[in-house]
Design a protein around this ligand. Structure first.
Ligand SMILES: [Ca+2]
Length: 278
């Protein structure tokens, strides 16, 4: 993405830039909700001295889930010669989640970021190369979110407002930055549907929100009191936490009907505001 902007006064010569694609797949910026990355030249060997970086960015308040499906990088103790490193954020300066080499699939094969960006680097030295790697990535849902007083954010199911078609089980913890404040959660969309078995041959729509639902709990973990389970197209009333946190869980099953999922906005109420209602 290149943006050129000028104001109303003073002119300059402008700029010239050239570009080229990198057909062998040495890195890139990936912004789609899901995709595949692979090492340069794959399935042929990567080049000596390869230094390739990939930045994956998914929707805000979601996480990147990376899954290696093939892996073959020159092995050596501590991966000193060639390696694939995964960082929890947008650059090399972020926490290194893992570093891999060798010819066995990374274990566990799934690597999750804690925010919506993940950075991956393939670094090779000047001798001995190998086939490299292939990895899928998808958008994972769930996050721990600290909410400041001016913040208004949104939670959505993955791919919202498009139909979901996956098995999700994800949680968001919303915590007010100021422990005296309350979390205010307001649902704007609810569209979750699924079947439940009635007998061996009959299924019925799940009207009790037992298989696909959004659950809100009044606290910061799954032990907190349940405020409600929500599904179908019933948009719940706004929810205010008793303490400074709400815990939100989305569960869907592969046996569901089409649904767009849910959307909610969150913000904080200052303690002075809620105190009047107690
Ligand atoms: Ca090497």
């Amino acid at each position: 993405y290149v943006h050129f902007h000028s104001d109303e006064s003073l002119r300059g010569k402008g700029f010239i830039a050239s570009f080229k694609t990198l057909p062998n797949g040495c890195g890139g910026y990936y912004k789609s909700p899901a995709g595949i990355i692979h090492s340069p030249n794959y399935p042929q060997n990567y080049d000596h001295d390869a230094d390739c970086t990939w930045l994956i960015e998914v929707a805000v308040n979601h996480v990147v889930v990376l899954n290696f499906v093939d892996f073959d990088v020159e092995p050596f103790t501590n991966c000193t010669f060639d390696y694939v490193a995964v960082y929890d954020g947008p650059s090399l300066n972020d926490t290194e989640i893992a570093r891999f080499c060798g010819s066995t699939l990374p274990n566990p094969p799934y690597i999750r970021s804690t925010s919506n960006q993940m950075f991956i680097r393939l670094k090779a030295d000047g001798s001995v190369s190998a086939r490299g790697f292939v990895a899928n990535y998808t958008t994972g849902c769930g996050a721990s979110i600290t909410v400041n007083q001016e913040d208004i954010g949104e939670l959505t199911s993955p791919n919202f407002p498009h139909y979901y078609s996956n098995w999700f089980n994800c949680t968001w913890t919303l915590t007010a930055a100021n422990p005296d404040d309350r979390i205010y959660l307001m649902f704007t969309h609810m569209d979750l549907h699924s079947f439940v078995p009635q007998s061996s041959a009959i299924t019925a729509a799940d009207t009790n929100c037992t298989t696909s639902f959004v659950r809100v709990q009044d606290g910061d973990d799954s032990d907190a009191p349940v405020v409600g389970n929500y599904c179908l197209t019933r948009v719940p009333s706004p929810i205010t936490s008793q303490g400074s946190s709400l815990y939100v869980r989305l569960q869907t099953t592969p046996l569901m009907l089409l649904g767009a999922g849910f959307r909610a906005t969150y913000s904080v109420l200052s303690q002075g505001c809620t105190a009047r209602f107690i």
